[in-house]
Design a protein around this ligand. Structure first.
Ligand code: ADP
Ligand code: MG
Length: 370
């Protein structure tokens, strides 16, 4: 089932948690809502589920307005980070709960419930644990039970609010992979909340990046990583270096390095900030091109498969990071306080667009070429 969120605004007292949010979640997709804590992710999920009412806007399922329907009528399955299972009930009874509480008319027979719970236990790979209690399971197993419980009532879609947030890294990674398989198998529409960019990138067909109650960008993991719409998205998706300079006649000057951009049409000179990822810094012992500048290594961190260098440019004194493979690091025989040449690849600039066109200046991304 597709979900359409149209111009939703939601406030708590005088605090606006969601500001004119619109979103389309196509049928059968796994969509991640990604954003820092407090950006409004849970609020949006609760509105879609029918646990909260918006002041403005509407929520459609398959094109049908559900804004005024209550939570039961919406038939939504959800799993929260701390949605504890019923401790005094077995795993079987926990999963069956949503079916056994139905009125007699709509309740499946005992045999049907039995069959459905067992097929769900199989689906979440917990066969044989039906008679255990939640305290006898690991955290990862409990979240799988919570998912089975959500699926038992045959929801039209699943809302998952940081379902693996309380688990340790290794279990999270396993569950992520497992959830992706489950999604492929069931083809159910899933909206998944996370503040972990790696989790969003690995799992989702589409990622919705949120910040301060607004949607900043929607796109595939590749789109949002390779073409971040603005500095917020750029910085939220990974480590970033900032370089300050000026644009003049379509050329950006960052210290002694100069770059061409498509920004030639605008006369005059104005400030520009270049954003780049540490793995796009190329380190050499001799200048690589006209853009190469000198930098001093201030610190070396060995981080498993990669090595991170803290560097300081000699022309501008700006500090920044570079990441390289262990192999490249060994080839170059780098040491702290040593001087190297750096070449900056894949810089993005965000400059204010002409205010004559837009009422308020907006930042537009620019790619620099060498
Ligand atoms: P997220 O899930 O992205 O961390 P939330 O949707 O939980 O963010 O919250 C968004 C903002 O709304 C936060 O600043 C939070 O403090 C506020 N908020 C959430 N729920 C309530 C509430 N019931 N009353 C008052 N403020 C709330
Ligand atoms: Mg939340």
């Amino acid at each position: 089932m597709s979900i359409e969120v149209v111009n939703i605004t939601k406030s708590y007292k005088n605090f606006t948690a969601l500001k004119d949010v619109s979103l389309h979640i196509p049928e059968g997709e796994l969509v991640a809502l990604l954003g820092p804590s407090g950006s409004g992710k849970t609020t949006l999920l609760r509105l879609i589920a029918g646990l909260e009412q918006p002041e403005q806007g509407s929520i459609l399922f398959n094109g049908e307005d559900n804004t005024d329907r209550d939570v039961r009528e919406r038939r939504v399955g959800f799993v929260f980070q701390h949605y504890a299972l019923f401790r005094h009930m077995t795993i079987f009874d926990n999963i069956a709960f949503g079916l056994t509480v139905r009125s007699r008319k709509t309740r499946p027979s005992k045999a049907e419930i039995q069959e459905r719970v067992h097929s769900l236990l199989k689906l979440v790979q917990l066969e044989g644990l039906a008679h255990r209690y939640p305290s006898q399971l690991s955290g990862g197993q409990r979240q799988r039970v919570a998912l089975a419980r959500a699926l038992a009532v045959e929801p039209k879609f699943l809302l998952l609010d940081e379902p693996f947030g309380a688990l340790d890294t290794k279990v999270r990674q396993e569950l992520r992979r497992w959830l992706r398989h489950l999604h492929e198998k069931l083809g159910l529409t899933i909206l998944f909340v996370t503040h972990d960019q790696e989790e969003a990138m690995e799992l989702a067909d589409q990622v919705v990046v949120m910040n301060e109650g607004r949607v900043e960008q929607v796109g595939s993991p590749e789109e949002i990583y390779n073409q971040p719409a603005n500095p917020f998205v750029y910085s939220f998706l990974g480590r970033v270096n900032l370089f300050h300079g000026r644009i003049h006649d379509g050329k950006v000057k960052l210290g002694e390095a100069e770059f061409e951009t498509q920004w030639a049409q605008r006369p005059g000179e104005f400030p520009a900030v270049g954003y780049m990822r540490p793995h796009d810094v190329e380190i050499t012992l001799a200048p690589k091109s006209r853009q190469s500048v000198q930098a001093q290594i201030r610190h070396i961190s060995l981080l498993g498969p990669i090595v991170r260098l803290d560097l300081k440019r000699l022309d501008t004194n700006e500090v920044f990071e570079a990441e390289l493979t262990r192999q490249r690091f060994a080839e170059l025989a780098l040491e702290e306080r040593g001087i190297v040449y750096v070449t900056l690849h894949n810089l993005s600039f965000y400059v204010e667009s002409a205010p004559a066109v837009a009422p308020t200046p907006v930042l537009v991304p620019l790619r620099a070429s060498m």
